[in-house]
Ligand binder design. Sequence first.
Ligand code: FAD
Length: 419
Amino acid sequence: MEDLFVIVGGGLAGAMAAQTLREEGFAGRITVLCAEDHRPYERPPLSKAYLSGSADRESVFVHPDGWYAEHDVTLLAGVRATAVDPQAHTVATSDGSLLRYTKLLLATGSTPRPLPAAGADLDGVHYLRTVADADSLAPRLVEGARVVVVGGGWIGLEVAAAARAAKADVTVVETAAMPLQRVLGREVARVFVDLHEANGVRVISGASVRELLGSGRVETVKLTDGTQLAADLVVVGIGAQPNLELAVDAGLDVGDGVLADASLRTSDPDIFAAGDVAAAEHPMLGRRVRVEHWANARHSGVAAAKAMLGQPVRYDRVPYFYTDQYTSHPSIGMEYAGWALPGEYDEVVFRGDPAVRPDASPEFIAFWLKGGCVLAGMNVNVWDVQENIQALVRAGYAGKQVDPKKLSDPDVPLSELVP
Ligand SMILES: Cc1cc2nc3c(=O)[nH]c(=O)nc-3n(C[C@H](O)[C@H](O)[C@H](O)COP(=O)(O)OP(=O)(O)OC[C@H]3O[C@@H](n4cnc5c(N)ncnc54)[C@H](O)[C@@H]3O)c2cc1C
């Protein structure tokens, strides 16, 4: 019987899976179902260079235009998978077809969480997930525009930076005590607040949106404490939820994602999951994690393809992500590796000075430790240290302690601290 591999979801994970299948010599049929009208593209530029106009449309695509035809991959752009039948091994699609599969990959990604407030459907309220979202938002980020960003997460803060670069008047509203506190904890979240304030952003923390007001178009953002913010534009970035509907309807095990083992196989032996939608067992962390970042989409797409081919796979890359915010001082380019949620670490060690000054960008590495073991590390405007940081994280998760004094001392090479 001919091998028919179907990939549902034409994002980075799906594109990398298709590429890997061919690189590994798979000679069967590959079909990629892509709900959006485009071939697979990368999302990070949508809140950075593409949003601010310094990168063009062509630069965001994962593969050149002809790649899919050249590699005999059937790319069905604008076609959505509507149902999966694991018994019959079929996928129903929005164009009325029924595709048979021998192995299936779910790489359906995630969708922005809608703002739960009256008036959220007014014109001028934007989300940022797709290239179409970026195309609609970019021309509105102009000098003097009053932009209210709801949610001080990565996307919200990157949009704030792009809006400031366009000389817009920007306010960020965050429910927690500080933007990014939920991911980084207060010690390092503080650095990002300082960065944005130094760049002229007004940060309002500990506040939620009660309602958006306007006649047809948003004019005012009303907060729960009664504050009213005049707005020409509202950008909502309050997190994303995994696109689980197909998996749920197909009867797969799901939780905060499609549950998968360390080979990215779901509860059905012929169905795999990768990228934002997968909640996979992570051997190093000893728990299931769902990672909503570029590097995970890229590498888990590769790993899932290998697993679909029957190769032994143990997907245990150290979780990694990056951000770039602002292009002139003070600015931050950073990489983060590891896993250290607030409440799970007992100490943050800085190597270098995290203070944000108006005329200079901070340069430092932060480490999150528990019981002397490194759980995560973040390099800010310091480069070529990821290999050592990831080695320290692996050692930390294996229970090996490091001397915090040496960790904080820039004169002690990091490589000397890696056991
Ligand atoms: C604006 C923005 C900026 C980001 N910046 C960074 C960054 O700086 N650093 C970082 O590490 N990460 C960043 N990320 C996160 C990163 O882009 C995501 O983790 C990554 O895109 C996930 O890839 P994916 O392939 O799993 O899913 P997606 O990219 O979401 O792709 C899934 C695709 O599947 C399609 N689909 C869904 N359901 C179906 C269906 N039933 N049938 C067919 N197709 C379907 C969707 O329409 C979508 O096109 C950013 C994300 C966004 C939105």
